[in-house]
Design a protein around this ligand. Structure first.
Ligand code: ADP
Length: 310
């Protein structure tokens, strides 16, 4: 399958690099308004490919997206000094209006994979702008937060994160909800697992893991200005689920009719992802506190998305 990436900055190129090294797709096409950047990124990534796979990596303009099964949207503009978050969002919505129209002109059947932040609101906006069915406009959402949650739990228990089933729900951002109560390891509820392996989840451990998931991006941004490798690999993971029609359960964001009474909001839940995009949404069992926090996250996202001028 051919995968397009619009926006060849750090996130878009990291996704292209992850896709190429894993050999997940046959062809990756990078598009950017800065054509020289798209070309340079494509060539740099292409030089890594002979060591790993046979993926073809190239750059091009929108017509080069013809036939793409998935197009990753990683374009965006940075915040100007003094600009509010909402003003920035409106400018990014304008970028997406232009970009999505051009993408769909050439790749009308593609699944759109939204990476630009704030990703949940951008996913909602993209769904509105394109009029595509919600299951075909997927935001990376908490794919990374969930991976980090599983990885920190795995490290605490000294087991593979693949044996940990735990999800981060809601916003990819400050209001996200770690669904502790439904977390399991090796099919055993987390607290029982912790007791059986002698690694209790104390209040302190819980606070540290919560902080490690919620604030990971801030720590990275302090050190290197932005994050890209993690999200690049997360995007490649979602593409793999689509390309291989995996029907994998992943925490991703799509516009959802209703979440705990909040109507028409894009946020992350565990969802079944395959060749047609998202097939089904899942709602884990939640405690009252978790449900309250998820509803707050949904309310916040919905009011932000509603405030953006399209
Ligand atoms: P990030 O860290 O999110 O990847 P960057 O600023 O590195 O952010 O990348 C964003 C990319 O999006 C830039 O390369 C920029 O040229 C590109 N871009 C911005 N607006 C458009 C647009 N209208 N069409 C295509 N690409 C765009």
């Amino acid at each position: 399958m051919k995968v397009g990436i619009v926006g060849a900055g750090m996130v878009g190129s990291a996704a292209g690099y992850a896709l190429a090294l894993t050999g997940t797709v046959s062809r990756v096409v990078l598009v950017d308004q800065n054509a020289a950047l798209a070309q340079a990124q494509a060539e740099d990534i292409a030089h890594a490919v002979p060591f790993a796979s046979s993926t073809i990596v190239e750059h091009g303009d929108y017509p080069a997206l013809a036939g793409a099964g998935v197009v990753i949207l990683a374009a965006g503009v940075g915040q100007k000094p003094g600009e509010t978050r909402l003003e920035l969002l409106s400018r990014n919505a304008a970028v997406f209006r232009d970009v999505t129209a051009r993408v769909l002109d050439h790749a009308p059947d593609a699944i759109l994979l939204v990476a630009s932040n704030p990703v949940d609101v951008m996913t909602q906006i993209t769904t509105r702008l394109t009029g595509l069915p919600a299951e075909r406009v997927i935001g990376s959402g908490t794919i990374l937060d969930t991976a980090r949650f599983r990885s920190l739990l795995g490290r605490h228990f000294d087991i593979s994160p693949r044996s940990v089933h735990a999800y981060v729900l809601g916003e990819h951002g400050d209001s996200e909800v770690l669904a502790w109560s439904s977390a399991r390891a090796g099919s055993v509820p987390l607290m029982s697992f912790a007791a059986q392996v002698g690694s209790p989840i104390t209040e302190n451990v819980r606070a540290q893991i919560d902080d490690g998931v919620r604030n990971a991006a801030y720590t990275i941004i302090n050190g290197k200005g932005a994050t890209w490798y993690g999200i690049g690999a997360g995007l490649a993971r979602i593409v793999r689920a689509i390309v291989q029609d995996e029907q994998a359960v992943l925490s991703v964001s799509i516009a959802t009719d209703e979440v705990l009474g909040v109507k028409d909001v894009a946020l992350s839940l565990p969802r079944i992802v395959g060749a047609a995009g998202v097939r089904t949404d899942l709602m884990p069992d939640l405690t009252d506190d978790e449900a309250r926090a998820l509803k707050e996250s949904a309310t916040l996202l919905q009011s932000t998305a509603d405030a953006v001028e399209l």
